[in-house]
Design a protein around this ligand. Structure first.
Ligand SMILES: C=C(O[C@@H]1C=C(C(=O)O)C=C[C@H]1O)C(=O)O
Length: 214
């Protein structure tokens, strides 16, 4: 993290925390990980878009919970993606789609105050995690959820995945403003256990969480 961000944290964070505490009685504290989890249904992603990138008053724990909730939303689609691909006889990997997605993410990064390489690294890890999870379902290493019995068509799922990108980038942007020391105090593996109990697949978790561990 650049030195100026550390300075920003030192100077601004105490004030931000005070503002957060002042906001609690009127219910205007930022969104955290309280939303219900999709699919099961279709996405429930809150506050997307560049407006949500203003410096956040949320603490590292809440920032991680928000980010992991969104990552879980993405991962939960993968049972249906795998079921669809099994039905259609298509491979897990789609390098052309990945390339388009990563270019799109790089193009969006600046709006979220993120370096394109950082945004790309994060999304590349989520793609690897997504493929690992699909393979786990296909290999019978994880039980299929009910939703996989009648999967949503892949193009529709991709629209839902794309719709998550702004909120994901925003959440990454908030997370990366904390210092490495602050980030290390957050136990992201425990948060994942709490938020994605059904994604009990260690290799997938490792891939998805890797960019958060710095
Ligand atoms: C999710 C899919 O499977 C893989 C994972 C992708 C992703 O995480 O976005 C993209 C393409 C595929 O390599 C998909 O085909 O859409």
């Amino acid at each position: 993290m650049p030195a100026e961000l550390h300075g920003w944290n030192r100077r601004v964070m105490p004030g931000m925390v005070a503002i957060l505490l002042a906001c609690i009685p009127c219910g205007c504290q930022p969104t955290t990980a309280t939303d219900p989890t999709p699919p099961r249904g279709i996405g429930t992603t809150p506050e997307t878009g560049p407006a949500a990138t203003t410096p956040s008053a949320i603490a590292p724990q809440a920032a991680a919970e928000n980010l992991l909730r969104l990552m879980g939303e993405r991962l939960r689609w993968m049972a249906q993606v795998a079921a669809w691909k099994k039905q259609q006889g298509t491979p897990v990997d789609d390098p052309a789609r990945e390339k388009v997605l990563l270019l799109r993410i790089e193009g969006l990064a600046a709006q979220y105050d993120l370096a394109p390489e950082m945004a790309r690294e994060f999304m590349a890890a989520q793609i690897e995690a997504a493929k690992s999870l699909q393979r786990a379902y296909l290999a019978g290493d994880l039980p299929w959820p009910e939703s996989a019995a009648q999967p949503t068509p892949l193009l529709q799922i991709r629209d839902a995945l794309d719709a998550l990108n702004p909120a994901l980038l925003n959440a990454v942007s908030v997370w990366q403003r904390f210092s490495p020391e602050q980030c290390r105090e957050v136990d992201v593996a425990t948060i994942a256990d709490k938020i994605w109990p059904e994604i009990a697949h260690a290799p997938t978790r490792k891939l998805a969480l890797a960019p958060l561990l710095r």
